[in-house]
Design a protein around this ligand. Sequence first.
Ligand code: THG
Length: 264
Amino acid sequence: MIIIGELINSTRKKIKQAIDEQDVKYIQELAKKQEEAGADYIDVNSGAYVHDEVKYLVWLVEIVQEVVEKPLALDSPNPKALEEAMKVHEGTPMINSISAEKERYDKLIPLLKGTDTPVIALCMSDEGMPETAEDRLKVANKLLDMLDKDDVKLSNVYLDPLIKPVSVNGEYGPQALDAIEKIAKLESGCHITSGLSNISFGLPHRALLNQAFIVLAMGRGMDSAIVDPLDQKKMSLVKAAEVILNLDPYAMNYLKAARADKLV
Ligand code: THG
C-alpha cells in the first residue's frame, strides 16, 4: 500500500492554528512522525486560506522538506498554488489533484505532460460529483484516456473514486467499493487511492469504520490511501491484509514489523 499521510491539512484546527502562529516545530514534528509511521508521501494542504493559500502552501513545502526525505503530496484544487509549490519542492512531488473538469485539467496538464510526476485524478467532471459506481467508472475511463493522450504515464496516475459518508446514504459504501473493483479490473496500470476518512463522517468511533473500509477496499484492488498513518491499528491491519492478498511475499514486511514490535 502506498500511504499518503493526511495530517498536515489546514482544515484541521491544530494545523490552522500552527500556520497562524507560524509554529514551524509543530508542523515539522508531525511530518517526521508520519514519515516514521510509514507514510510514502506527506500531504500538505493550506486550503483553509482563501487569499493566502499559495503563500502558505509554499511555506509548508519549505518547512516540511527540511525534515523529511519522503516527497510531499501537494493538495490543492488551485493550479496556481500547485505550480508555485512545485517550484520550491526539491525532487518530484505528487500532485493532489487533477480532475476531468475542463478548466482545472487544462491549467494543470502543462505541469504534468511528459514528466514523471505522480498525480491523483479525482473521478469528477463538469457534470459534478458521480453518484453510482458506473458514473465513477465512466469518469475514470475518460480521465485515463485524456491523460494517456496528454503524455502522462498511467503508472503515475492515482485514480480517486471520491468517497462519501455512509451516514448520508447507506449505498455510498457499496458504491465506492464497486467503483474501486471496476477501476482495478480495467488493468490500465494506474493506482487507486482515496481519502477514506470521508466514509465515517457523522458516525461514532470513526477510526473503526476507517479501518474496516481500508481492508475492504484493499480486497477490491485499492493500492493507496490518504490516511492518518499514526493510527497504529490501521497500519497493522494494512500489513496483515497485504499478507492475505499475497502483496507481501513470504510475509517479509509483516515479519519485519513484528520483530520491530510495530504490530498492534
Ligand atoms: N481525496 C484526495 N485528497 C484529499 C481528500 C480526498 N485531501 C483532503 C482530504 N480528502 C483527506 N485529508 C484529510 C485530512 C484531515 C482530516 C480528514 C481528511 C481530518 N478531519 C477531521 C474531521 O473530519 O473530523 C477534522 C477535525 C480536526 O482535526 O480539526 O482530520 O478525499 N485526493
